[in-house]
Design a protein around this ligand. Structure first.
Ligand SMILES: [Zn+2]
Length: 141
C-alpha cells in the first residue's frame, strides 16, 4: 500500500504540472500584499500632503488678503471647547476633514492634521500619518 500511494503522488505531480505551482503562487501573494499595502499607504500620504499644502496655501492667502484670522479655519485655538459654556467651540474637533474655504470638504486618507493660529498672525499646519512614520510628517509654517 505505501508504495502504491507514493506511486500515485508521483503520477499526480508529473501528470499535472500545475500541481507544483500552487505553493509558489501562495508565496508570491504573501510577499506581494505587504509591498502593495506599503505603496498604497505612500500614495495616500502623498494625496494627503497635496491636500494639506493646498489648504495651507488657501488659508495663508486668505490671511494675506484679509489681514485677519478667519473664523472658518478650524485652528486648535478655536476648536478648544470652553468648559461650562455650551457651544463655545465654534468648530467640532475634526482632525481628518479639511474644510476648504471654497466650500469643498476633503477627508484625509492616511493621517490627521492640525491647524494652529500663531499669535503673530499666521497659520501653521502639521500632518502625521496614522502609522506614525516620521518621514510622513509634514509641517507648514
Ligand atoms: Zn506613514
Amino acid at each position: 500500500m505505501p508504495s502504491d500511494e507514493s506511486t500515485e503522488k508521483q503520477k499526480g505531480l508529473h501528470a499535472d504540472g500545475n500541481a507544483d505551482r500552487g505553493p509558489i503562487i501562495a508565496v508570491l501573494v504573501a510577499i506581494a500584499i505587504p509591498v502593495y499595502n506599503d505603496r498604497l499607504h505612500k500614495a495616500r500620504v502623498a494625496a494627503d500632503w497635496a491636500n494639506v499644502r493646498a489648504y495651507y496655501a488657501e488659508i495663508q492667502l486668505d490671511y494675506m488678503t484679509s489681514g485677519e484670522h478667519n473664523n472658518n479655519v478650524p485652528d486648535i485655538n478655536s476648536t478648544q471647547a470652553i468648559p461650562g459654556i455650551p457651544g463655545a467651540a465654534s468648530h467640532p474637533f475634526d482632525i481628518v476633514t479639511i474644510p476648504f474655504l471654497s466650500g469643498a470638504e476633503v477627508k484625509l486618507q492616511a493621517g490627521t492634521y492640525c491647524v494652529v493660529w500663531v499669535t503673530d498672525g499666521s497659520y501653521s499646519i502639521s500632518y502625521s500619518c496614522k502609522d506614525n512614520h516620521t518621514d510622513h510628517n509634514l509641517v507648514l509654517q
